[in-house]
Design a protein around this ligand. Structure first.
Ligand code: RP5
Length: 165
C-alpha cells in the first residue's frame, strides 16, 4: 500500500541503510491494510527536504509520521518541531554504540515538541507500525477490529509451556 495518494501514515528515514528496520513498520501497516508512503529524508544531508516534508504534512493529510534515524539521530525531533502531526521515533541500531546513541538522540526532547520513542532496532520498527495503527484505530472502527484480531492472534500463538529446542 506504499505510494497511495494522500496516505495517513508517512514513514521517513535518514538513509537507505535504515530501510531494513523501517520496513518492519511498513509490513505491519501492509498487514493491517493501512496506506502509507516511505521516503528518505535526512536531517543532515537533505535538510530542505525535511523542512518541506514537515511544512506540508498537515495539508497532505498525514495523521502520523514514523521517523527512523541512527547515530546523531535528529530527524524525528526536527520533524516534531516542524509539524504538529504526531511523530513516532525509531532509534536505529548502530554498529558503534548499538543504537544507544540513536535512542538518546531521539528520546530526550525538550518540553513542547514530543517524539513517541520506540525501542532500539527491529522491535521498535514493528512497534512503530502498531503504534500508528492504534492511533488511527481511535477514529476507524474497521481498523480497530483488524488491530484487535492481530493482537489476539499474537496472544494465541504463545504456547503455555516451553519445549526443548
Ligand atoms: C543517519 O546516519 C541515518 O539515519 C543512518 O542510520 C545513519 C548512517 O547512514 P548511512 O551512512 O548508512 O547512510 O543519518
Amino acid at each position: 500500500m506504499a505510494n497511495s495518494a494522500n496516505p495517513p501514515v508517512g514513514i521517513i528515514m535518514g538513509s537507505q541503510s535504515d530501510w531494513p528496520t523501517m520496513k518492519l513498520a511498513a509490513e505491519i501497516l501492509d498487514t493491517l491494510d493501512i496506506p502509507y508512503e516511505a521516503r528518505i529524508v535526512s536531517a543532515h544531508r537533505t535538510p530542505d527536504r525535511l523542512w518541506d516534508y514537515g511544512k506540508t504534512a498537515v495539508d497532505r493529510g498525514l495523521q502520523v509520521i514514523i521517523a527512523g534515524a541512527g547515530g546523531a539521530a535528529h530527524l524525528p525531533g526536527m520533524m516534531a518541531s516542524k509539524t504538529r502531526v504526531p511523530v513516532i521515533g525509531v532509534p536505529i541500531q548502530t554498529r558503534t554504540l548499538s543504537g544507544v546513541d540513536s535512542l538518546y538522540s531521539i528520546v530526550q526532547m525538550p518540553k513542547g515538541f514530543p517524539v513517541a520513542t520506540m525501542a532500539i532496532g527491529a522491535a521498535g520498527g514493528a512497534n512503530a507500525g502498531l503504534m500508528a495503527a492504534g492511533i488511527l484505530a481511535l477514529q476507524d472502527p474497521a481498523l480497530a477490529e483488524r488491530l484487535d484480531a492481530w493482537r489476539a492472534a499474537l496472544s494465541a500463538s504463545i504456547p503455555e509451556e516451553p519445549v526443548d529446542d
